[in-house]
Design a binder for this molecule. Structure first.
Ligand SMILES: *Cc1c(COP(=O)(O)O)cnc(C)c1O
Length: 396
């Protein structure tokens, strides 16, 4: 970051940081659709390859559009380095490959994105990295799971779909007391609502596919943190193993970052209004939304986040039959498991995102058959509510 941009607020960083204007004087960020870069001489090529001269060589290593996205997201998260990746999962994979070796151990929240579980259990385990799962909201559980070979603590907050909140400063303290790094998947909040690095986390990972894009167009991910762990170790995996972000996707995400603040505020405002309304419906047993005063970590959320986010879950009294009937009554809401879109989506976690879990595991995590998750979009709240009313009507 330049001196000037260090003074900027996050909204200005989201719009201005990262664009090094070319001699053409373009106002909007250009897409550098090029796989390789030319050198002015053989000596310059040698100097670039040898690392004595900075500059682009090949887009698996660096690309100006991707770099612009990385600089902008790093500035927004408050990190020194950012590495963009082809997807959210490749961001998590690159962190593990860059920072772990056989014999190392991860302590992870039980409530992480389903595919993250599969990555840890089925693939990292093949390379001798073990994972222990703990309760997101119980610091004692985390502390007791740490072993001498533990290197990473991994979590998402708020959790999906029950919106539980982790105490990031408390877990950072536990991590650092044991020489471990705290990795936070900040996909649900984005830096617009929560800055894990400022709260003590060491590394932030993102699925840019969700709110950073914001319109469900491109796959992408990112890792943000310090110059050594991220700028060298994670970057080294990217340039060697190759799950890099395409320049076109980087450009889409750059444009997404520009409106992120506004969108996250509105997602949160819409979700908040709907959560309050859902709470008063007789067929609903429980509403899970950290913005509700009744949420068990409401005060913790207020300390860590600037708004409660766009995810609202609720449990219907009638179990799976009621949940499916409710979902099938929708006319406008999209029945899909994606989130972070302008379009509101509705999901039945027990038979989709969490369908792999046994009934006992689902019960232990309170992902019951009557649970429905909404990823609230940017339509008029009255129209979302009218669709949800159709679901309520179908049950009465
Ligand atoms: C979607 C998601 C991921 C994975 O991201 P992809 O871009 O789909 O690979 C990781 N973490 C969370 C919280 C997600 O929602």
């Amino acid at each position: 970051m330049t001196k000037e941009s260090e003074q900027w607020g996050i909204a200005t960083r989201a719009v201005r940081t990262g664009h090094n204007r070319t001699s053409e004087g373009e106002h909007s960020e250009p897409i550098f659709a090029t796989s390789s870069f030319v050198f002015s001489s053989a000596a310059e090529a040698a100097a670039r390859f040898g690392g004595e001269q900075p500059g682009n060589i090949y887009s698996r290593f660096t690309n100006p559009t991707v770099r612009a996205f990385e600089e902008r997201l790093a500035a927004m998260e408050g990190g020194d380095s950012c590495v963009a990746t082809a997807s959210g999962m490749s961001a998590i994979l690159a962190v593990c490959m860059g920072l772990l070796q056989a014999g190392d151990h991860i302590v992870s929240s039980r409530s992480v994105f389903g595919t993250t579980n599969v990555l840890f259990n089925k693939y990292l385990s093949k390379f001798g990295v073990d994972t222990t799962y703990v309760a997101l909201t119980d610091p004692t559980d985390w502390r007791e799971a740490i072993r001498p070979e533990t290197k990473l603590l991994f979590l998402e907050t708020p959790s999906n779909p029950l919106t539980e909140i982790a105490d990031i400063p408390a877990l950072a303290e536990i991590a650092h007391a044991h020489d471990c790094l705290l990795v936070v998947d900040n996909c649900f909040c984005t830096p617009a609502l929560q800055k894990p690095l400022a709260l003590g986390a060491d590394i932030v990972v993102h699925s840019a596919t969700k709110y950073i894009d914001g319109q469900a167009r491109c796959m992408g991910g990112a890792v943000v943190g310090d110059a050594k762990h991220v700028g060298e170790d994670v970057f080294g995996v990217l340039r060697t193993a190759g799950p890099t972000m395409s320049p076109f996707n980087a450009w889409t995400f750059l444009k997404g970052l520009e409106t992120l603040q506004l969108r996250m505020k509105q997602h949160s405002a819409n979700a908040s209004e709907l959560a309050n309304w859902l709470q008063n419906q007789s067929v609903i047993k429980n509403v899970y939304y950290p913005g509700l005063v009744s949420h068990p970590q409401h005060h913790l959320m207020l300390r860590q986040q600037s708004a409660a986010g766009g995810i609202v879950s609720f449990e219907l009294k009638g179990g799976k039959a009621a949940a499916w009937k409710f979902i099938d009554a929708m006319r406008m809401l999209s029945i899909t498991t994606n989130l972070g879109d302008t379009k509101t989506t509705i999901t039945h976690p027990a038979t989709t995102t969490h369908g792999r879990l046994s009934p006992e595991e689902r019960e232990a995590s309170s992902i019951r058959d009557g649970l429905i998750r909404l990823a609230v979009g940017l339509e008029d709240v009255a129209d979302i509510q009218a669709d949800l009313q159709l679901g309520l009507d179908a049950l009465s």
